[in-house]
Design a protein around this ligand. Sequence first.
Ligand code: MN
Ligand code: MN
Length: 314
Amino acid sequence: MGKPINSLKSPRFCGIRTFQRLPYSADVSGNDFAIMGVPFDTATSYRPGCRFGPAAIREASAILKPYNHVLDVDIFEELEGVDAGDMDIVPGYIDESFAVIERETDRLCAQGVVPVLLGGDHSITLPELRGVVKHHGPVALIHLDAHSDTGSDFFGKPYNHGTPFYWAMEEKLILPEQSTQLGIRGPLYSRSAWEYAKGKGMLVLDGWQMHTIGLTESIRRVRERVQPGTPVFLTFDIDFLDAAYAPGTGTPEVGGFTTHEALALVLGICPGLKLVGMDMVEVLPETDHGAITSFAASNIIHAFLSCLAANRRR
Ligand code: MN
Ligand code: MN
């Protein structure tokens, strides 16, 4: 059962890095959530290197504090958590790595914790969902990203960081009528790139539309789709943020969102929902500057944990 090291006794820059200075334990039993790294970047289409994302997010997370004033909640008054280390993926081998990711996510869910997974490229969400759905059934997906990631294949192959939600939909891991993609923008290969998700009944709030309707209306449209008691999985691709706020990513897009807007969306969407997991993907420290991308990623995870804690308190 885990709480972070008290940073008023041991300074925050001391010690060996785990997420938010939580205890490291491969055994997650007795906890409410578990952090795990998924350092897999074999399925990237442009700049590789997000295998180093989990380490960078953990490094930046040392600065986090337990109390979130927006929700008036102290995460660790409500929750116990551990950092269970990284999954031993197989570099260069997608199918073998997916088997590891599914098995490990399955193990976390079987032990009753909410998995909070640090990518890695976005392909990892498909095997994560395979693991989650075994325990919870199909999920409402809340997907923040500059890209829809609903291609059926790239270079003649099915698994890529641009295809996880096509396959998740085909495998019926997602409830499209309760799911939303937010922030999609940027040039596309063809005008039909979003039609798949829309055709399946998913709501797509594209980036341009969100800038017009604003945060409050965006939050309302996401929440009104989710039925009470439906398991919800949050998948956050850091390129949802504008390239100015998250330069450390493999396929950056301009015209995006600020760090504040991302926090406000997570803190606005997630309270009251049955949260069964989250991931934070596509953090690429090699092209980051001043760790701003890693700080953003760790704070967005903190916002998710704050919602998990606030929901527990209710
Ligand atoms: Mn993505
Ligand atoms: Mn993306």
